[in-house]
Design a protein around this ligand. Sequence first.
Ligand code: ADE
Length: 250
Amino acid sequence: MEISVISIFPGMFDAVAGSGVSRRAMEQGALNLHRWDPRDFTEDKHRGVDDRPYGGGPGMVMKPGPLCRCIDAATADHAGPVLYLSPQGELLTQGLVEELSSEPAITLVAGRYEGIDERVIQTRVDREISIGDYVLSGGELAAMVLIEAVTRLIPGVLGNDKSARQDSFSNGLLDCPHFTRPKQFEGHEVPAVLLTGDHEKIRQWRFQQSLKKTINSRPDLLRQADFGKTGLNKEQIKLLKEFKLEQEDV
Ligand code: ADE
């Protein structure tokens, strides 16, 4: 996958290039990260990328010229959807991450200041994406969140492809609790069922735990959950659907 990032702080992306799953993906050749700085596309001696907003008000706005020239150069190298990270965008969900991970190339635009000139969005941006209902000082961290989430879904990048399938949200539910050695830690035991070796029982226990966690932490997710992906039998799916209907009545 080719990921191009457009940012006036390209050095921030050392974080994803230098460690973790994204670094491994780059070493394997599964991911190429291309950094583009709009300052390199300015035409004035101060290399200015921002200006005051028309209509007045606080803060500065990123100028359309350098940004559009920069996006054009990036997409000429690697065509693909241009995604602008902003709090005004559609919410980044695991579903959207899965969709993006199948693209051969994406270009991420990270804005700074109060945002970017709207005409850049109108003429160059395919999708505006938010990572949550809070405001960051720039899109770089949001772009890195997206890169991390997408990269781990590229086939072969995670050591074990099952890990991605078992994650939170892959079936619409939150992940179950995990335990490793020692069997007893500060007086707390590992749940006995995990020591039985009975895979069917363990699978059911994990599903129940996922369900419990989802009901307690994120009941809103249950409305969209795809129970067909859980590997449950018909009776269990029926019970869950009834439970879901009750939830919708609340
Ligand atoms: N830039 C600033 N805040 C953001 C957010 N919540 N999501 C994506 N990009 C942003």
